[in-house]
Design a protein around this ligand. Structure first.
Ligand code: TNX
Length: 524
């Protein structure tokens, strides 16, 4: 900002075409600039024009006809999904897209071409906007550009989820993977089985510190869940911003919270379970018997009903301790009756049954990689290899679509530096540069396996994310680097990326994001 005179404010353009993040496929800088006057209009078919307006909230643009509008949007069926083209000339901005998402992303790019103040929520009246002239042609490299949010370990209030969707949208991320159930909490209302949220969403005390293996507790209970109406709202908010919510109910392991509510579903039903108040892998496991499948199908249907359109449903499948299955005579007899030779095979069989039920409702199943390793899945199951590239390659070679989610560098619960001043994270440091250098589909793989990689996703496991401030700190700017590779389809050129990131951080400042500064830990 270079001056405030009375009610008229002028802002400097921070970067123009060279400072967009993620980087578009093609940009051309023109000469001169266009004005978007306060109160001007976006014209075009309603779904597309509305999406552009939604991407530029602070501009307060209204509807209007093409003769007078500052931004004109038109449909172009020749463009690909989520793609857009935009020309900025002296007489205004022209946008074409085939779908709502494409128009929305054009709006996001336009927002980045404005001064960083366009990322504030309110402005001094009288502000006017200047955009540099030029042209952008853009389309995503990957169709799955994900952020995973663990709301089970630390419950995050709905406002944090909605804010995450806003931040995803301005980075052109399009899949919000919500980890809704784990040992430490069940986070969604169930009308069919109300003890799930009544019992499963509370822990009697909070883990307050977790440096290394040392845990400290206080006597303050931790809890919270979303109602089905909240979920519906989250999904609608996300959909308007081109984000698809991918719910996860992690089964059959990570089951302490479910079993605290309904112990009869356990592989060891005589045991007493509690919502776990420590981190790590528990041995609590659901039984694979038909009663569990019926129970879960009912719960999945409730969640899917609230979310509306559910193209993807994640059922976990990770870190299962199968000892209780092997020890149960009833489960062993069941396994034998199915002709399965190992408990691993039974694990895959159980997940396949759930996937079949989900497919009947129109959802594709997503799993963590252990589910793939233990046996044959439905062929349309999407695999998230978190334990590394080699597992991803095996899943791709077996014909599964793969979303790259490896611990390194996609686990953002790891600290950004091994400094004692850094909020304690899990394991070694994962830096912004590590994320920017990541190739989701390694060039060493055969072409047909690489083509199976449909995207990339960062994980915000929340054992070490107790609140929204820490969420900001962990997610950004590493999330900016993840968005860069997700949108462009490959690793970012480091120098160019950091130059653009510099300008981008000013946008995040204006938005109010408490990201981790590149210079080092924030001294809270
Ligand atoms: C492994 S990744 C887990 C999570 C933990 C995470 C901690 C995966 C599928 N399971 O339950 O939160 O490590 O980083």
């Amino acid at each position: 900002m270079d001056g405030v005179t009375g009610l008229s404010v002028r802002f400097d353009i921070i970067g123009g075409m060279d400072h967009l993040l993620p980087r578009p496929r093609l940009t051309e800088t023109g000469s001169g600039s266009a004005e978007i006057a306060p109160g001007s209009a976006v014209s075009g078919p309603a779904p597309l024009a509305d999406a552009v307006r939604l991407a530029l909230p602070v501009l307060g643009l209204g509807p209007g006809d093409a003769a007078t509008a500052a931004v004109r949007v038109a449909e172009d069926p020749r463009l690909g999904p989520e793609a857009y083209a935009m020309t900025i000339a002296g007489d205004g901005v022209r946008i074409t897209a085939r779908d709502r998402a494409g128009a929305f992303y054009a709006g996001q790019t336009l927002r980045q071409l404005l001064p960083a103040e366009a990322f504030r929520s309110a402005l001094v009246p009288g502000t006017s906007w200047t955009v540099p002239c030029g042209r952008v042609e853009d389309a995503p490299g990957f169709s799955w550009r994900g952020a995973h949010l663990d709301v089970a370990r630390s419950f995050l209030p709905k406002r944090e989820v909605l804010r995450m969707i806003d931040l995803m949208a301005l980075h052109k991320l399009n899949r919000l993977h919500l980890h809704l159930a784990d040992d430490q909490g069940w986070r969604v209302e169930s009308r069919a089985f109300p003890l799930l949220h009544e019992v499963g969403s509370h822990r009697p005390r909070t883990i307050t510190s977790h440096r290394g293996e040392e845990l400290a507790f206080d006597g303050v209970p931790h809890g919270g869940h979303y109602t089905l109406a909240d979920l519906a709202e989250i999904a609608a908010y996300a959909r308007a911003r081109a984000v698809t919510v991918v719910p996860e109910i992690d089964v059959p392991g990570h089951a302490s919270a479910v079993l605290a509510a309904y112990p009869a579903l356990a592989a060891r039903p005589q045991e007493r379970y509690e919502v776990l108040d420590r981190w790590g892998i528990s041995s609590a496991i659901l039984s694979p018997l038909p009663a569990t499948v019926d129970f879960l199908t009912t719960v999945f249907a409730e969640i899917a009903g609230a979310l509306g359109d559910v193209p993807y449903f994640h059922i976990g499948g990770d870190e299962c301790v199968l000892d209780d299955w092997a020890a149960s005579a009833e489960i062993s007899a069941y396994q034998a009756s199915l002709g399965l030779e190992s408990v691993g095979g039974l694990h895959a069989w159980f997940l396949r049954r759930l996937a079949d039920a989900l497919a009947e409702r129109g959802s594709r199943t997503v799993v963590w990689d252990e589910a793939f390793v233990s046996g044959r899945l439905r062929p349309d199951t999407i695999v998230m290899p978190w334990r590394g590239e080699h597992v991803g390659r095996r899943a791709a070679a077996a014909g599964h679509d793969v979303v790259a989610t490896p611990v390194f560098p996609m686990y953002f619960d790891y600290a950004e530096a091994a400094s004692p001043e850094e909020p304690a994270g899990l394991g070694d440091a994962i830096t912004v540069a590590d994320v920017a250098a990541f190739a989701p589909a390694p060039s060493a793989w055969p072409e047909e396996d690489r083509a199976r990689v449909i995207g990339v996703q960062f994980q915000l496991w929340s054992e070490r994310i107790p609140d929204g401030r820490t969420l900001d700190y962990r997610a950004w700017p590493r999330g900016c680097a993840a968005a860069e590779i997700a949108w462009t389809g490959g690793p970012a050129g480091t120098e160019d990326f950091f130059r653009r990131l510099d300008a981008h951080l000013a946008r995040l400042d204006a938005f109010g994001v408490e990201y981790r500064p590149l210079s080092g830990p924030r001294p809270w």
